[in-house]
Design a protein around this ligand. Sequence first.
Ligand SMILES: [Zn+2]
Length: 434
Amino acid sequence: MNDTIKELIHGLKDKLVDYRRNFHVHAESGWTEFRTTSVIARALEDLGFQIKMGDQIICKESMMGVPDDQTLEAHMKRAVDQGADPELVKKMKGGLTGVVADLDCGKGPFLALRFDIDANDISEAQDDKHRPFREGFTSINPNVMHACGHDGHAAMGLVVAEILSQIRDRLKGKIRLIFQPGEEGVRGAKPMIDAGILEGVDTILGGHIGFQAARTGMLICSTDKFLATTKFDATFTGEPAHAGGAPEQGRNALLAAASAALNLHAISRHGQGASRITVGTIQAGQGRNVIPPNALIKAETRGETSEIDEFMFQRARQVLAGAAQTYDVEVDIKLMGKTSSGQSSPEIMEIIKNNGQKIEFFDPDQIIDNTEMRGSEDYSHMMTVVQEQGGKGTYFMIGTDLSAGHHNFYFDFDESCLAPGVELIVKSALDILS
Ligand SMILES: [Zn+2]
């Protein structure tokens, strides 16, 4: 069986890189992954998977940070121009991107594999220092780039699907592949969970290339201490007035936002663990001689546990409301992203480790049991939900040399990590389902 899987992967190596580069060229950010989803859904259907899309897998009410309708329409059209299936794109109207695909192999455990598919809002480097530029596969979509490696994740997911479909007679149970949109900004997991896609799942596997495994040959088998986080926009609305003639008639939204920004950063630390708060941007005002009637704050909180993050966010709401009251303006707080903290299950870590040790690509000295995330990734929300319903899960990191850090416009990775990554996932799935 070992050799069969190896042979199958060997035969699909070029396809793996082709998929990755195809997704890289057509990078799409959160809730606009119309073409990416279309390519994935078509391929999975051809492999005999049962496909679910649109409101079957995304709870509309739970969507956060969705672009406006006009932007979404423009992206739907752009996606079709770039080869997306118009019928499939229609199913994603409103930004309901992503796809869930099931392979039913009879009685047995229920395993979910999660792959994120979105890109970043960043303009890709266009010079010879950057390999995707040298080799002609940079993003053709302006200001969007796969700068985190999710193009690699989507490619791996499709090849994992192809191999699993070919060895399905060896599998007992059900496999669900989750191709998740909107991981950046932690927007995609919650609406998928709220649509019920994890009901009945006993084990979930997810991972990332690179990150703390930033050398080819490295493997981190599990991850703990994902930071819970809440992203939010606060819009202040006041009243404009003549700054010289009648300032007393104005209501100053800029001052409310400025005061809120200072006091948000003054929220007390939490005794039970790490916390963060950042006001990332403030935009306010209209003209030099106008009392500013408008202001927007984009901010986020984080916590070592979901409780600590919730403490930070609730205190933030109070600060924002207090600042609005002081300056007699209104404030509207909109949730833009949210995810919980998370810890991997040791039993599943062992499965990843055992299989990693059997794959030559991974350097035995560089196979690490566990790392601390100290950042946020909304897979942790999925893993926590599965654990709360009595299941298990882990988050692994597949080592790869990186040309620049994640989210940098020079980001690129060593594609030789993709095939061993597929092998690791397939063999672990086989252990769980046989
Ligand atoms: Zn990422």
